[in-house]
Design a protein around this ligand. Structure first.
Ligand SMILES: [Mn+2]
Length: 336
């Protein structure tokens, strides 16, 4: 039984806020294996990154985040959560933040413990792995595969002494956890990320998760099914420096779009890739992968659109209007 603790507000509690993809899940998993904590989970689909604002106005009867609450934030951009972050710190909330996305607006504050690095060879799970001195490294390398840091993850797998088969299994796990996060809303997803995290969190060893979890087999089957629907897909536009694909307004297409972009980026190494998926409102959600991340950053291109952002190698646009499509195509081929 927990000892009685006087707290100022009986609804006050701790929160773990994490991106619903492989990197977010594996980052929190490592952290909570090392430092167990009974915290409320706040997450969403991969593109749902403004998660901190959800702590500011909880519905009645729900736990509140207030002075003395501890909040852990994983794998969502500080820049995208700046206002909520400042508001929470002002309320006396203690925040630990691990991330590798844009944090140009970072600041120091006694209540904020920020672990941030945006070099292309780290992901949030690797930052947590550094913090924990490699205690749950297999989960960090699983996440690195999921975040498409294949070279980095291969190196970590060799260093950990994994056989090629074992490395390939963790690669598949990372990809499947990542695959599950893609969709316009939770309804597109096979497993809500919070539920998937809770399942993953029962396993200290990722190979046990692979052999025992029903969610693992479910995602494996579903992924094969979705990928099967892509057979014969051709680019809508193609030039020497890039290719643009368009997918229909279907749940399977929304789930597969990000992974398709990763897969194409690997297969066509010298071409930058864009995958446009049609949304119900007629706009497109866009995934971009740069063939030369350092010279021609994906987020450099994507942020020239109102709802765009991302990182050097991988970027996206949340909503591209149909009337901007021609301009997008022209600018894509001239930028890359
Ligand atoms: Mn990440």
């Amino acid at each position: 039984m927990k000892p009685f603790q006087a707290i100022p507000n009986s609804r006050q509690c701790d929160f773990d806020v994490f991106n619903g993809d492989a990197d977010g899940i594996c980052a929190l998993h490592q952290l909570r294996l090392a430092e167990p904590r009974d915290a409320r989970l706040v997450t969403g689909v991969k593109r749902d990154i403004q998660l901190l604002s959800k702590l500011l106005s909880p519905p009645p009867e729900q736990p509140v985040c207030t002075s003395g609450s501890r909040v852990c934030v994983l794998d969502i951009s500080l820049d995208s959560n700046l206002q909520a972050l400042k508001a929470l710190l002002e309320q006396g909330v203690n925040i630990t933040y691990f991330d590798h996305h844009s944090a140009r607006l970072a600041f120091s504050h006694p209540g904020l413990d920020l672990h941030w690095d945006e070099v292309p060879e780290v992901c949030t799970s690797i930052l947590v792995d550094r913090y924990l001195q490699g205690r749950y490294r297999l989960w960090a390398l699983t996440a690195a595969y999921g975040d498409n840091l294949v070279g980095v993850a291969d190196g970590m797998a060799r260093q950990a002494g994994l056989s090629e088969t074992a490395g390939a299994q963790l690669c598949e796990l990372g990809n499947l956890l990542n695959y599950n996060a893609y969709g316009e809303s939770l309804a597109d997803l096979h497993v809500p990320p919070a539920v998937l995290y809770q399942d993953v969190h029962q396993y200290e060893d990722p190979f046990d998760f692979i052999s025992s979890s029903a969610n693992f087999s479910l995602l494996k089957r579903a992924y094969q099914q979705d990928m099967g629907l892509l057979e014969g897909l051709q680019p809508r536009w193609q030039q020497a420096n890039g290719a643009i694909y368009v997918l229909p307004n279907q749940p399977w297409a929304r789930r597969i779009s990000g992974l398709l972009a990763n897969k194409l980026a690997i297969e066509c190494g010298d071409k930058s890739i864009a995958v446009l998926t049609e949304k119900a409102d007629g706009c497109f959600v866009v995934s971009v992968r740069s063939a030369a991340p350092e010279q021609k950053a994906a987020h450099g291109f994507c942020s020239t659109f109102t709802t765009g952002g991302g990182r050097q190698a991988a970027g996206g646009i949340n909503s591209l209007e149909t009337c901007d499509l021609d301009a997008f195509v022209t600018r894509f081929f001239s930028y890359f």
